[in-house]
Design a protein around this ligand. Structure first.
Ligand SMILES: Nc1ncnc2c1ncn2[C@@H]1O[C@H](COP(=O)(O)OP(=O)(O)OP(=O)(O)O)[C@@H](O)[C@H]1O
Ligand SMILES: [Mg+2]
Length: 601
């Protein structure tokens, strides 16, 4: 077949394939245009998942008669003053969105320029442009898109359910709204308004939190830690959710770069690095970060849909983000998720309609207790390792000194089921999971001493021989040098066994067999991850496994001094609000809430 030059209509449809992937992409382009036009309010309607009708109305600058005529032409834009693509300050710049939409749907634009006496309307139907007509409208622009993809039936076949498309539209409107709190937004499905956001006064950290709350939920606002840092002209501001507030996917991670929301993919690795071992595997934190970068430092011309961008100094941006988030999380210290206590209280409430004589406490207890925790009574005599327990002669004094209001986690009052510590603060009751808490403390200690030049070891009087399968033995031996640097000295003892000579002192008298087989598992899993698994990450895993074994288990009776020492240590230790598996280490129940439970308020 001979080569031919394609007709403009076909060119437009092909180009549209990249820009307009689904109804949500139309919404994105139209809302971006409204934002670029300086709108103070933007109203979006999308019925039948946007396949039937999408309407975006704004009160921005509007377009003159001549501009309106040009707006629907390919490669026509008002947003590039010169020939420079390195100083883009607007969301649009390609001059492609409107002609692309017009090529695959029935597009009508009605607009009145600010200060103009008349409004005009123009229609493009499957790529055919109709003549401009006068119309009536207040200043601003209204764009209507009907029967999306009617001109490209192949694409129409690929649409998901209306509900899925509606959800994608809501997601994109929320992302854009989050990026522009100064603009009021509404979203309707044609029958009712599903989202209404009032404009927030400028000043991100002070005011935008209310919009974040509307978008990410009030849980997030309660547990959001302010993030702020600047380096080399790049500024990051925003909020990081506490690690105990996690979700099954990355949909609640928002990154806005120069007013442009970008895909989660772009910061997936950064977020993982920042939260590291604080969030359980396979779970995602909640995060909203706003990055201000000099325009010449980012390239936004990467993808036709403008959903991706590149940083000139990607590593610099990455380390700025990681540092800022880590700092915010570190500053939060032992704080755990406030929403946890709400959950706990809700579980304690007698179900409505049921007699309150029902002992609901038993149910709530069940939800904390994890199976396989009993039977460690033999450990009861060994001292708590890794906790600054007061020496014997100080104990009496320590007991009298603890008064509830003195400390954030209060004074220990009791131990329940040899598993939970009940403490009292000035205004709340605190329930601590002793194993989870101690595990985190031991882990942080191990990490600290590992980075401060070495983990103290204790030599076993008689080396302990541990039998393991051949694979585990091989994995452990090949990591012997690394393990030694972390305080664990092992030697070969035949094909199916190892001798343990020295152990990290912090672990106390721990079960060597359990520790080694878990460590082998950790090492083998890390190998599966390929060579890409960074060493630091692997070390963290080894330390975390060690901590788990070196920690006071549930089922161990603690003295009041030990309990208080544990609480004081939690207050001092960063990240002690959750254990190494991301589970919370304690729950705080406010007295006011408890009073409500008993209907005293
Ligand atoms: N809501 C609006 N208010 C005022 N002017 C608008 C509006 N929407 C579009 N325009 C004008 O129409 C032009 C073309 O819009 P279009 O979205 O096709 O391209 P763009 O925004 O310039 O670039 P991109 O293709 O990257 O979105 C814009 O440059 C702008 O001048
Ligand atoms: Mg545009």
């Amino acid at each position: 077949m001979a080569i031919r030059q394609l007709p403009p209509n076909l060119i437009n449809r092909i180009a549209a394939g990249e820009v307009v992937e689904r109804p949500a992409s139309v919404v994105k382009e139209l809302v971006e245009n409204a934002i670029d036009a300086g709108a103070a309010r933007i109203d979006v309607t999308a019925s039948a998942g946007g396949l039937q009708l999408i309407r975006v109305a704004d009160d921005g600058t509007g377009m003159s008669e001549a501009d309106l005529e040009l707006a629907v032409e390919r490669h026509a834009t008002s947003k590039l003053a010169g020939d420079d693509l390195s100083h883009i300050l607007t969301l649009g710049f390609r001059g492609e969105a409107l002609p692309s939409i017009g090529a695959v749907a029935r597009l009508t634009i009605t607009s009145r320029a600010q200060g103009a006496r008349e409004a005009y309307t123009i229609a493009v139907d499957g790529g055919r442009k109709a003549p401009l007509k006068p119309a009536a409208r207040a200043s601003g622009t209204e764009v209507e898109v009907r029967d999306l993809f009617y001109a490209t039936p192949a694409r129409l076949k690929f649409m998901k359910s209306e509900r899925a498309e509606a959800a994608a539209i809501a997601d994109i409107v929320k992302r854009l709204a989050l990026a522009h709190p100064e603009i009021a937004f509404s979203l309707s499905n044609g029958e009712r308004t599903t989202l209404r956001l009032e404009a927030c006064p400028p000043g991100l950290l002070d005011h935008a939190l209310s919009r974040l709350g509307r978008i990410l939920g009030s849980d997030f606002v309660e547990d959001a830690l302010p993030v702020q840092a600047t380096r080399n002209g790049v500024r990051v501001e925003g909020f990081a959710g506490l690690p105990t507030l996690h979700r099954p996917n990355g949909l609640n991670i928002y990154l806005v770069v120069n007013g442009r929301p970008v895909r989660y993919k772009l910061i997936a690795g950064t977020v993982r690095a920042a939260y590291g071992d604080l969030v359980p595997r396979g779970r995602y934190p909640m995060l909203a970060l706003f990055l201000d970068v000099p325009p010449e430092e980012v390239d936004v011309n990467v993808h036709p849909a403008k959903t991706e961008l590149r940083f000139r100094d990607a590593n610099g941006v990455r380390s700025l983000l990681i540092g800022a988030v880590r700092e915010a999380l570190g500053a939060a210290g032992h704080r755990a998720t406030g929403s946890l206590s709400q959950d706990a209280l809700q579980r304690m409430m007698p179900p409505s309609g049921m007699s309150s004589a029902q002992p609901s406490g038993a149910r709530s207890y069940q939800s904390y207790a994890r199976p396989g925790r009993a039977g460690f009574a033999e450990r009861a005599q060994s001292p708590l390792q890794g906790v600054d327990a007061p020496s014997a002669d100080m104990r009496g004094a320590a007991e009298e000194d603890e008064t509830p209001a003195d400390y954030p986690l209060g004074a220990a009052r009791a131990q329940v089921q040899d598993t939970f510590i009940i403490a009292e603060t000035g205004d709340a009751l605190v329930i601590v999971d002793q194993h989870a808490a101690h595990e985190r403390l031991v882990y942080e200690r191990l990490k600290q001493s590992a980075s401060n030049g070495g983990i103290a070891r204790q030599i076993l009087l008689i080396p302990e021989v541990v039998e393991l399968d051949g694979e585990a033995v091989a994995a452990l031996l090949s990591a012997a040098a690394e393990l030694e640097s972390l305080g664990l000295v092992i030697e070969s003892f035949g094909a199916q066994a190892l001798a343990v000579r020295e152990m990290p002192a912090l672990l106390g008298t721990c079960d060597a067999k359990g520790l080694l087989s878990d460590l082998a598992g950790t090492l083998l899993e890390a190998e599966d991850g390929g060579g890409a698994k960074v060493l630091a990450d692997r070390v963290d895993h080894v330390l975390s496994t060690m901590a788990c074994h070196g920690s006071v288990r549930a089922g161990r009776r603690l003295s009041p001094q030990e309990m208080n020492a544990l609480l004081r240590d939690m207050e001092k230790t960063p990240f002690s609000g959750q254990c190494n598996h991301g589970r919370p280490t304690y729950v705080e129940l406010k007295l006011t809430d408890i009073e409500k439970l008993f209907q005293r308020r």
